[in-house]
Design a binder for this molecule. Structure first.
Ligand SMILES: O=C(O)COP(=O)(O)O
Ligand SMILES: [Mg+2]
Length: 214
């Protein structure tokens, strides 16, 4: 049974409203204006340090403040990581069906591991996943292939289907030599056709039949 590894933000969960809220609180403390939700979505994908860096740059905040603002952002996000966050439609029945069929499931995200695990717990889906690898689990983040290869190692598997929403995920799967399924309703910044993928879908109801066909 092929293990199925999922990205988190923009794939399993629509987390942007909580990421946006934490970013607005961090910027308000610096007397900077609140960015739009779309702007914050454009900062998502390469982990927290990059999100904070992009928000600082957009507001002319000096780069030497980065470590302090990463701490401030994480303080706000970790204090309230899932209030505005939702699971994508038709995902729950898919996770249940995959488990039932004997697939092992995992999460490989650039979100730090602690809030990733906490969000899975708060949304009551943590029991589906045998392994959770976050953006700070290893020294390297996606699109380096190391986190996905580490996830496979922890699963005791050689290969998987990686399900993600972004250019970061498609590059990660490609560099790790794994099959990519691209969820097109997440936080992708480039056209679907520009990304290496074996399958693209806009509704989790369509992913089950594809997995069956593997
Ligand atoms: O933390 C991010 O920037 C993105 O997280 P993801 O890897 O779950 O999409
Ligand atoms: Mg994502």
């Amino acid at each position: 049974m092929t293990p199925i590894v999922f990205d988190l933000d923009g794939t399993l969960i629509d987390s942007a409203p909580d990421l946006h809220a934490a970013c607005c609180k961090m910027l308000a403390d610096e007397d900077a204006p609140a960015p739009s939700l779309e702007t914050v979505i454009s900062y998502v994908g390469n982990g927290v340090p990059r999100l904070v860096e992009l928000a600082m740059r957009a507001n002319g905040i000096p780069a030497d403040q980065h470590a302090r603002l990463v701490k401030a952002y994480m303080g706000y996000y970790n204090a309230d990581p899932a209030t505005l966050t939702t699971i994508y439609p038709n995902l729950l029945p898919l996770l249940e069906a995959l488990k039932e069929k004997g697939h092992r499931l995992a999460v490989c995200t650039n979100k730090p591991e602690a809030p990733a695990r906490e969000i899975l717990r708060l949304l009551e889906i943590e029991h589906f996943f045998d392994v959770v690898v976050g953006g700070d689990t290893l020294p390297k983040k996606k699109p380096d292939p190391a986190p996905l290869l580490h996830t496979l190692k922890l699963l005791g598997a050689d290969s998987c289907l990686y399900v993600g929403d972004s250019e970061v995920d498609a590059e990660t799967a490609d560099r790790a030599g794994q099959t990519m399924a691209l969820f097109t309703k997440g936080y992708r910044k480039v056209p679907v056709a520009d990304l290496p993928h074996a399958f693209a879908f806009d509704d989790f109801a369509a992913l089950g039949p594809y997995i069956e066909s593997l």
